[in-house]
Write a protein that binds this ligand. Structure first.
Ligand code: URA
Length: 267
C-alpha cells in the first residue's frame, strides 16, 4: 500500500468513527507519537506527521474555537480586513482531519476585488499539489469556458467549498463542510462579488442549504444573501457527460450577458 492509501485509510476510519459517535475523533498525542515512530520504519513514510499530532477535541463549527486549532488558525481570523490577511491567518488550518493529509491548503486564487466569484467543490490531486484551485483536467476545461466568455482566471476569483483535498477525491463530508464553510463566507464578505457562479451540486447545496437537482436549478437567476447567483454543471461532470456542455454553455453565456449589463449600469 502506498503512503497516500495509508493516509486515506486512516482518514476514512476517523470519518467513520466521527459518524458513529457524532463527534470528531482526532489522533491524540500518543497515537501521533506511535505513528511518528512507525513512519520512520523502513518502507513506511508519512508526510508532516507533526501535523497529525492533534489533541482530542469536540467538533466545532467555529474553526478557531477547536482545541487543536489554537496553533493552526489565528484566533482573530474573522476580523481579517482583506483576502491576503485571511489567507495568512487560516492557511495552517487543522480543524478537521483533512488538514493532516493535505499537501497544500487551497485558499483560492484570482482578483481579490472580483465581480465574479466561482465556487467549486474541493481540491483534487493536482490542486492539492499546487495549492491552487482548478488546475487539473477539470480546471483546464473551466479556464477554456471562462476564456470563451471573455474572462480570464485573473479577473475572477476561484475558490472551493473545502480548502483541503478529501481522500481519494471523495465527496466532502457534512462535518468538513460545516467546518470549512465559514472561511468561504468570509471570502465572500471580503471580495463582495456581484455574481456567484456555483459549479456542481456540492457548491449549490452548501450555499442554498438543501438537496437540489442540477436540471432544475441551472439557468435560474438565484439570490445568495443579496448576491446574484447562477448555477451550472461542474466541469468534471462535463468531462464525464459531454452532452451537458450545451446547457453549461448557455449558463455561462447568461452570466456574461448579466455581467455586461452590470458593467454598463456601473458605467
Ligand atoms: N474540482 C473542484 O471542485 N475544485 C477544484 O479546485 C478542482 C477540481
Amino acid at each position: 500500500m502506498n503512503n497516500e492509501n495509508v493516509i486515506d485509510k486512516i482518514q476514512q476510519y476517523l470519518i467513520q468513527l466521527q459518524k458513529q459517535e457524532g463527534d470528531l475523533i482526532y489522533l491524540n498525542e500518543s497515537l501521533a507519537q506511535d505513528e511518528k515512530q512507525s513512519a520512520h520504519s523502513p518502507g513506511i513514510d508519512s508526510p508532516n506527521l507533526s501535523e497529525t499530532a492533534k489533541p482530542k477535541g469536540q467538533l466545532s463549527n467555529e474553526p478557531e474555537q477547536s482545541l487543536m486549532t489554537q496553533n493552526a488558525v489565528e484566533a482573530d481570523w474573522k476580523d481579517s480586513q482583506n483576502i491576503e490577511e485571511l489567507h495568512s491567518k487560516i492557511h495552517n488550518c487543522q480543524s478537521c482531519p483533512l488538514g493532516a493529509s493535505r499537501t497544500k491548503f487551497v485558499f483560492g486564487t484570482g482578483n481579490p476585488n472580483a465581480d465574479i466569484l466561482i465556487i467549486g467543490e474541493a481540491p483534487g490531486k493536482d490542486e492539492d499539489l499546487q495549492g491552487k484551485p482548478f488546475v487539473g483536467r477539470a480546471g483546464q476545461l473551466l479556464t477554456k469556458i471562462l476564456e470563451a466568455i471573455g474572462l480570464s482566471r485573473e479577473e475572477v476569483f476561484i475558490a472551493n467549498i473545502l480548502k483541503c483535498r478529501p481522500p481519494a477525491n471523495r465527496k466532502p463530508e457534512p462535518a468538513e463542510v460545516e467546518l470549512c464553510e465559514p472561511y468561504l463566507m468570509k471570502q465572500i464578505e471580503l471580495i463582495k462579488p456581484a455574481f456567484i457562479l456555483t459549479l456542481g451540486l456540492t457548491a449549490l447545496d452548501t450555499l442554498l442549504k438543501g438537496k437540489h437537482k442540477m436540471g432544475e436549478m441551472r439557468g435560474q437567476v438565484l439570490d445568495y444573501c443579496g448576491t446574484t447567483m447562477l448555477v451550472t454543471y461542474h466541469p468534471a461532470a462535463l468531462l464525464r457527460n459531454p452532452n451537458w456542455k450545451k446547457a453549461a454553455w448557455e449558463d455561462v453565456q447568461k452570466l456574461r450577458r448579466m455581467y455586461d449589463e452590470y458593467l454598463e449600469e456601473k458605467g
